[in-house]
Write a protein that binds this ligand. Structure first.
Ligand SMILES: CCCCCCCCCCCCC/C=C/[C@@H](O)[C@H](COP(=O)(O)O)NC(C)=O
Ligand SMILES: Nc1ncnc2c1ncn2[C@@H]1O[C@H](COP(=O)(O)OP(=O)(O)O)[C@@H](O)[C@H]1O
Ligand SMILES: [Ca+2]
Length: 554
């Protein structure tokens, strides 16, 4: 049997100019022969510089043999081409990812090579296909759920026009379900879907839709493994299937914070290349009952009120959050209660260290290598006995737990710009009662470069677990907090006496859990490290420029 060459090098035509085309070390490069003679130009990875281009095979979407539909319209330039255009009828097109310089956007680009002989054309197509075949992380079969009512109600259109053609070009087969009601996708995943058939699940919608899919998958995994979700002590089983998000919602924060943009084509391309980004999940309980999971924002006070008000304005689409935001800001309500938390002692970062979680983040990587393998090592009671809880009582405008940055188009750096996607912690942000103008200053800092934590009324802690009890329930939770030591108990008894004396009924907010309102205000939260994986790679720093011949960054 003939051995396939590991290196291919031919002179082929691109747009009627001769190019030296090479496939070497999983990099496809093509260099304009004539320009190459004049300049010592270096190639820029995936783009053009002095007629040189290159692309990693792992960023090739597909290769297709083509009929050459533009044969011999001769021009003066053809005289310099070694083969006559009539000989170059055999063509193949390579579809590959091109990075747009702005906003982490990817696009599908293509280049058509004209070959002098069919056998050479076939050799190129076969060799590239073989190399693509070695990329085992790429999904082949996907289960797609579309929420037709998310965001501006364009989910179906976005999928049909922008995403489905890319999947079909990459020969990914799909089963598509357009949801007919809220929780359709969650229930289908939890009880019906034949998950063995798929390499991943795709969610077309917003954060609410993603939350449905994530709940369906996480619950299914626990059921199948016999893990009891209602117990906070249980170590949850990670999900084997990756989730892709095609943004078509109102906030799209999970997509934005894991990809760097809310662009459907970019997300589709991350799915095609089979990227993986692990992500933490918080479980939220009320006493012994499991309420929900959260991946982005758990917010009481301001964000809870914004969400509760905006639900009544769903017909407005994404603009509802702006209207409700202003209304909630003007109402300036504060809420009393007790927050207790278990600080993330061993964590490598802090919420104010300005170490943004980027693609290949070293903090998340280290966390994953430190993850306990045995069930017992990670149990809640062990953690509690080793570490001590911090208790903070006060009047708050907002209590926010951000398990990831929560960057979104409204706030490009997010609620906690240095939060990590997969470090097993959440950033607990306490905004105490302050003047309207101070709160406005704090809110506005979410939209510019200033540090939103640099205010006397704002505190931020990186935590593994936390609890919240609104003031009017504090008496009931005394038993709950007894284990936190005599000091805590004395403190709470005092609150209860005061409460009985004044007889007032303090107002309550709601918890906004990734865009859903929780039915309880007293909650216990625990972060589960890297429980799910997305088809994403985190936010890339600057595009990597590389010389295709030396493979050095330039
Ligand atoms: C007066 C100026 C105010 C500017 C404040 C800007 C801060 C914006 C930070 C937003 C963080 C959003 C975190 C994500 C939450 C989503 O889960 C949730 C649901 O999103 P969905 O409707 O499903 O896309 N959206 C909201 C606004 O609660
Ligand atoms: N077919 C449907 N009809 C009504 N609601 C749905 C349907 N499919 C999903 N939903 C629900 O719509 C809510 C909002 O969806 P989402 O895609 O997050 O849009 P948005 O970002 O605008 O809130 C989600 O909570 C989801 O459960
Ligand atoms: Ca985290």
């Amino acid at each position: 049997m003939e051995k396939q060459p590991r290196l291919l090098c031919s002179e082929l035509c691109v747009q009627r100019r001769p190019y030296e085309v090479t496939l070497n070390c999983a990099i496809l490069a093509w260099k304009d022969v004539q320009i190459g003679q004049k300049h010592t130009g270096r190639a820029i990875y995936g783009t053009v510089k002095a007629g040189s281009h290159c692309v990693h095979v792992c960023e090739i979407i597909a290769v297709q043999e083509m009929e050459d539909d533009s044969p011999s319209k001769d021009t003066g330039k053809w005289q310099k081409v070694p083969q006559s255009p009539v000989d170059c009828q055999h063509t193949f097109t390579v579809f590959y990812i091109e990075r747009r310089t702005r906003q982490h956007c990817w696009r599908c680009s293509n280049v058509t090579f004209h070959c002098p002989e069919q056998s050479l054309c076939l050799l190129w197509v076969q060799t590239i296909r073989e190399q693509l075949g070695l990329l085992t992380n790429r999904p082949k079969r996907l289960l797609v759920y579309i929420n037709p009512y998310g965001g501006k109600q364009r989910g179906k259109q976005i999928y049909d026009h922008k995403v489905a053609p890319i999947f079909s070009q990459a020969t990914i087969s799909t089963d598509v379900i357009v949801t007919e009601r809220a929780n359709h996708a969650r229930d289908h995943l939890k009880t019906e879907a034949d998950l063995k058939k798929y390499d991943g699940v795709v969610c077309v919608g917003g954060d609410g839709m993603f939350s449905e899919i994530m709940h369906g998958l996480v619950s299914r995994m626990q059921q199948d493994a016999g893990v009891d979700e209602s117990s906070m002590e249980e170590t949850l089983v990670p999900c084997g299937l990756r989730i892709g998000i095609i943004p078509a919602g109102s906030t799209d924060c999970v997509c934005y914070a894991t990809v760097g943009s809310n662009d459907p084509v970019t997300s589709a391309l991350h799915i095609v290349v089979g990227d993986s980004q692990p992500m933490d999940i918080c479980s939220v309980h009320n006493e012994d009952s499991f309420l929900r999971y959260s991946v982005s924002l758990l917010g009481y006070g301001f964000y809870g009120d914004v969400l509760a008000d905006s639900e009544r304005k769903r017909w407005m689409g994404p603009a509802r959050y702006d209207i409700s935001g202003v209304k909630t800001f003007l109402s300036h309500r504060y809420y009393e209660g007790t927050v207790s938390f278990l600080p993330a002692e061993g964590s490598l970062g802090t919420p104010r260290d300005k170490m943004q979680c980027l693609s290949g983040c070293s903090i998340c990587r280290q966390t994953s290598s430190d993850r306990p393998v045995s069930k017992d090592e990670d149990s809640v009671s062990d953690a509690e006995s080793r570490d001590t809880w911090t208790v903070i009582r006060g009047k708050f405008l907002a209590i926010n737990a951000a398990s990831m940055s929560c960057a979104c188009p409204r706030s490009p750096k997010g609620l906690s710009p240095s939060a990590h996607l997969a470090d097993g912690t959440t950033d607990l942000i306490l905004v105490r009662k302050c003047s309207r103008i101070d709160f406005l200053r704090h809110l506005l800092r979410h939209t510019n470069k200033d540090d939103q934590f640099d205010h006397s009324f704002v505190e931020v802690y990186r935590v593994k677990q936390f609890r919240f009890t609104p003031r009017h329930q504090e008496c009931d939770s005394e038993v709950d907090l007894r284990e936190n030591g005599a000091g805590g108990k004395r403190f709470l008894s005092q609150i209860c006496r005061e409460h009985r004396a004044c007889g007032c009924m303090p107002s309550q907010s709601n918890w906004n859990c990734d865009g859903e309102i929780l039915p309880h205000t007293a909650i216990q939260v625990r972060v589960h490290c890297q429980l799910i994986t997305l088809f994403a790679r985190g936010i890339e720093e600057q595009p990597v420029f590389e010389d295709p011949y030396t493979h050095c960054a330039i």
